[in-house]
Ligand binder design. Structure first.
Ligand SMILES: NC(=O)c1ccc[n+]([C@@H]2O[C@H](COP(=O)([O-])OP(=O)(O)OC[C@H]3O[C@@H](n4cnc5c(N)ncnc54)[C@H](O)[C@@H]3O)[C@@H](O)[C@H]2O)c1
Length: 359
């Protein structure tokens, strides 16, 4: 009897479930879209946009850094599917028009946690997705990163800059993993005519797992203390996630099949970000300086002329507005955690030296 009762309960739930408003698209205009890493920060915002635009979205994620909670408001919707799958393994699904390939840890603590796995995700995972794209005739968009430019010797960085990356440093698993992923996309386009797009960016996170301590998250979560690595003179340029998502969708629907920077060209020293956040948060009492991180790029600013010219895209959310939304998000997140006694997902135990730990 229990399964029947469960089925009835699910059915009742599906009648009463409220979803965000979804546009109606005719079958001709409705795309079947796969998003790897769709339960992560960028992926879940992209999922929201594509679902609300009326497309059919399948999210594939192994929940290493992503959370079901980021997409749970779509569960049960007829246009939505969530698959727990690791992209390092082949994925056998049919009928896909577009693949947004975002699966990869993105913050240094997460990608350095298991560097071999990071490499496998970005190399074998990308190969698997390109193979799938070839088999089903889909377009693929690779989320690359401005980290492929390394510690750049050219400023600002345009898409034809080859980069300056340390291949054996602590960040190499991510930087070089993404560089190989770009090479794979290029090879698949030349040899197999797999149509692809790829993009490089840095965003302000309003929806990231709290344990992902990226620059701004460091600042906001540790609300009485801002931590800055090195002198804080290293520069970064951040865009708000809604700008990025709009850029990704325009890129996917364009004819461009080469790298495109999607970023905010407004560059600031990290210390300036810290001071701005200190003012916006109010409760922060001091800025603490930590030792410089190894291979931390000194300057970073995307040249976005290509995106403007070919996609008509540029970021529109001003920095302060993006930061305010981010701070609001983190306040709500902390409130949620306090009320729900959220316990961050435990990381698998480290295996003793000498034994493999790269699965
Ligand atoms: N957020 C940024 O500032 C930024 C900047 C540059 C590039 N990117 C790229 O954008 C993509 C998304 O970044 P994000 O900020 O949303 O990170 P995130 O960590 O929030 O999301 C990544 C998602 O990929 C999933 N994932 C990781 N390994 C996987 C695997 N082997 N199989 C299946 N799923 C896997 C994670 O569980 C998570 O849901 C990444 O590829 C990242 O390299 C992000």
């Amino acid at each position: 009897m229990a399964p029947l009762r469960e089925k009835i309960r699910d059915l009742e739930k599906s009648f009463t479930q409220k979803y965000p408003p979804v546009k109606f698209l005719s079958e001709k205009d409705r795309k079947r879209i796969l998003i790897t890493g769709g339960a992560g920060f960028v992926g879940s915002h992209l999922t929201d946009k594509l679902m609300m635009d009326g497309h059919e979205v399948t999210v594939v994620d192994n929940f290493f850094t992503g959370r079901k909670r980021n997409v749970e408001h779509w569960i049960g919707h007829e246009n939505f599917e969530l698959i727990n799958h690791d992209v390092v393994e082949p994925l056998y699904i049919e009928a896909v028009d577009q693949i947004y390939h975002l699966a990869s840890p993105a913050s240094p603590p997460n990608y350095m946690y298991n560097p071999i796995k990071t490499l496998k995700t970005n190399t074998i995972g990308t190969l698997n997705m390109l193979g799938l794209a070839k088999r089903v005739g889909a377009r693929l968009l690779l989320a690359s990163t401005s980290e492929v430019y390394g510690d750049p010797e050219v400023h600002p960085q345009s898409e034809d800059y080859w980069g300056h990356v340390n291949p054996i440093g602590p960040r190499a698993c991510y930087d070089e993993g993404k560089r190989v992923a770009e090479t794979m996309c290029y090879a698949y386009m030349k040899q197999e005519s797999v149509y692809h797009h790829y993009t490089l960016f840095n965003t302000i996170p309003p929806s990231q797992a709290l344990e992902q301590l990226r620059v701004i998250v460091n600042f906001v979560v540790l609300s009485s203390l801002l931590q800055v690595y090195g002198s804080g003179s290293q520069t970064r340029a951040f865009q708000y996630v809604s700008d990025l998502v709009n850029g990704l969708v325009s890129l996917m629907n364009s004819n461009v099949s080469s790298p495109v920077n999607l970023g905010n060209p407004e560059e600031h020293p990290i210390l300036e970000f810290a001071k701005l956040i200190k003012n916006l948060v109010g409760s922060i009492s001091e800025i603490q300086f930590l030792p410089e991180a190894q291979d931390d790029p000194q300057r970073r600013r995307p040249d976005i002329r290509k995106a403007k010219l070919l996609l008509g895209w540029e970021p529109v959310v001003p920095l302060e507005e993006g930061l305010n939304k981010t701070i609001h998000f983190f306040r709500k997140e902390l409130e949620y955690q306090a009320n729900n006694q959220y316990i961050p997902k435990p990381k698998p135990a480290r295996i003793k030296k000498g034994r493999p730990r790269h699965n």
